[in-house]
Design a protein around this ligand. Structure first.
Ligand code: PMP
Length: 282
């Protein structure tokens, strides 16, 4: 297995990271995850663009062009012969004597990327998952794909301790997003999802789903909804790079619809599958 360390493909043993790396001490960095299907990266341009946008929002300058980064990720995947799985990458502001403010002298950002082989979670796609309401205690810049994930970590842990797969986070009454996913409800043939404000991550899978809704003729309202409205939805699902379109069949003790994946959700799953096939055939 090789890992990308800055611009070099190396063995893990060769990597040395500073104890004063600002990513390690402050979570001062950003990341991305890209899904690999049949050795190809899905929505790679969108993920690379968002990586640069997140960097920009925290005033971190990535020392490579987008094309160079794309090529490096491609080489990493090829070197590790990944067929199905994902590539994780992050960049931190680098190492400097510990102080909150940005270093005054130029520091080199530290970039790491590695691949993970793995199967898609077909059982979740088929059966759906349970979720738990968790108060959204995160900061007000959830649009940045930052390494500061403590709020998300605590939300997921709370959900999993309760035997649920995902948290349905809400700020007061308003449902925002999952701990690592976007959320959607369908009521009377209309799909509702939180608008892409500072309170959620503008998911790449969410963008794909928005276009699939047009394709399958499902009207979309990018409007927030309440927890009460959430449990009264006919269908509910989550999306992310790894979860794709995963039905949510229960939130807390409330069954959604019949307590099984809904028909529109099934259509979206099929349409999503077709997008993957578009990538892998040619
Ligand atoms: N929201 C949060 C908080 C996430 O961590 C993720 C997964 N990275 C998503 C939404 C979904 O984003 P994407 O579809 O780009 O994976």
């Amino acid at each position: 297995t090789t890992i990308l360390w800055n611009d070099r493909l190396v063995k893990e043993e060769e990597i040395h990271l500073s104890v004063e790396d600002r990513g390690y001490q402050f979570g001062d960095g950003i990341y991305e995850v890209i899904k690999i299907y049949s050795s190809l990266m899905f929505t790679v341009t969108e993920h690379i663009d968002r990586f640069y946008e997140s960097a920009d929002k925290i005033k971190l300058v990535i020392p490579y062009t987008k094309d160079v980064l794309h090529k490096m990720l491609y080489d990493l995947i090829e070197d590790n012969q990944i067929v199905d799985g994902h590539v994780y990458f992050q960049i931190t502001r680098g190492s400097s004597p510990r102080a909150h403010a940005f270093p005054t002298t130029a520091t080199e950002p530290v970039f790491i990327a590695y691949t993970v082989a793995g199967e898609r979670p077909f059982e979740h796609f088929e059966q759906g998952v349970k979720a738990k309401f968790v108060e959204d205690i995160r900061w007000l810049r959830c649009d940045i794909k930052s390494l500061n994930l403590l709020g998300n970590v605590l939300a997921k842990e709370t959900a999993q301790q309760a035997g649920c797969f995902e948290a349905v986070q809400h700020r007061g009454d308003i449902v925002t997003e999952g701990s690592s996913s976007n959320l959607y409800g369908i009521k009377d043939g209309v799909l509702y999802t939180h608008p892409t404000t500072n309170l959620i991550l503008n998911g790449i899978t969410r963008r794909v789903i928005m276009s699939l809704c047009v394709e399958i003729g499902l009207p979309v309202k990018e409007e927030s909804f309440t927890t009460d409205q959430a449990v009264a939805m006919d269908e509910f699902f989550m999306s992310s790079t790894s979860a794709e379109v995963t039905p949510i069949i229960q939130i807390d003790d409330y069954k959604i619809g019949k307590g099984t994946p809904g028909e529109w959700t099934r259509k979206l799953q099929a349409a999503f599958e077709a997008r993957i096939q578009q990538l892998v055939t040619f």
